[in-house]
Design a protein around this ligand. Structure first.
Ligand SMILES: [Zn+2]
Length: 105
């Protein structure tokens, strides 16, 4: 019983996505989210090409700005992070994304 319930929960999380608060485009999946204690929602992988990377050189430090590929809203920044499977971390402003819980059909 519990095992079955667990599978159902996983299946729902599988479909949960974070969308752009500006235009509604899907940007990240809930299963790519993790906690780093920075206070910012963090992800280790994006959805398709929906997050645009814009290299910045501010104050002599290389940073990568993240934008929504559709409406160009500023989302946050990309950092190297050895703890993630992809080696990078998407550090996102909470106000720029919206959790979209897909309803079971
Ligand atoms: Zn957008």
């Amino acid at each position: 019983m519990f095992r079955h319930r667990g599978k159902v929960r996983e299946a729902q999380q599988e479909q949960d996505v974070y969308t752009c608060s500006g235009c509604g485009q899907v940007l990240f999946r809930a299963k790519y989210k993790f906690e780093v204690g920075s206070g910012f929602p963090s992800f280790w992988q994006q959805v398709g090409e929906n997050v645009a990377h814009c290299p910045l050189d501010t104050y002599g430090r290389q940073r990568v700005q993240l934008l929504c590929s559709r409406c160009r809203q500023h989302l946050g920044h990309l950092f190297d992070d050895s703890r993630t499977p992809t080696g990078v971390r998407y550090c996102i402003n909470a106000t720029s994304i919206t959790l979209d819980l897909e309803q079971p059909t």
